[in-house]
Write a new protein. Structure first.
Length: 148
C-alpha cells in the first residue's frame, strides 16, 4: 500500500473512532448537569457527530475535487473553507439540537451555544484530518495547505 492509501485509511479510522467515542469526546470538553443527560437520552450526540463528520469531509471533498482550481489552491483558500465549515457545521447542529429539544420541552439554550463552541473544535480537527486524507488525488490542490 502506498502513502496515499495509508493517509486515507488513517483519516477514515480517525473519523470512525471519533464517531464511536463521540459521547466521551464531547463530554470530555463540555459537560453540564441535565444537558449532557438530555443529549445522551435523545441521541443527539450521534446526530451531531454524523453532521460534524459529514460536513467536514464534504467540505474537504468540495475543496479538493469540486473546486480543484489553480486560482483557488493557496493555503488561505483552504483556510477560508476551514473557517466556513467550522462555523456552518455547529450552526446546523445547533438548529437540529434545538428542534429536538423543543419537541422534548427541554430548555438549554446557553448550554447548546457552549456545546456548539466545543463542536467547532472537533469540526476543525475533522476537516484537517479529511484534508490530509483525500488531498493526494486532487489534480490542482494536492499541495494545499502544505506542500508534500
Amino acid at each position: 500500500m502506498d502513502k496515499k492509501g495509508i493517509y486515507l485509511i488513517t483519516g477514515i479510522v480517525a473519523t470512525v473512532l471519533f464517531w464511536v467515542f463521540r459521547v466521551e469526546v464531547y463530554e470530555g470538553l463540555f459537560q453540564a448537569p441535565g444537558f449532557s443527560d438530555a443529549m445522551y437520552n435523545t441521541g443527539i450526540y450521534g446526530i451531531v457527530g454524523l453532521i460534524t463528520a459529514a460536513m467536514a469531509w464534504g467540505a474537504a471533498a468540495i475543496f479538493y475535487y469540486a473546486i480543484n482550481s489553480v486560482q483557488f489552491c493557496r493555503w488561505w483558500h483552504w483556510l477560508c473553507i476551514l473557517a466556513i465549515v467550522t462555523i456552518m457545521a455547529p450552526i446546523v447542529c445547533y438548529f437540529v439540537n434545538s428542534s429536538i429539544f423543543d419537541s422534548e420541552n427541554y430548555s438549554y439554550a446557553a448550554e447548546m451555544v457552549s456545546f456548539e463552541g466545543v463542536n467547532m473544535i472537533f469540526t476543525a480537527v475533522l476537516y484537517v484530518v479529511a484534508s490530509f486524507s483525500i488531498r493526494w488525488w486532487s489534480t490542482n490542490c494536492r499541495h494545499t495547505p502544505f506542500p508534500q
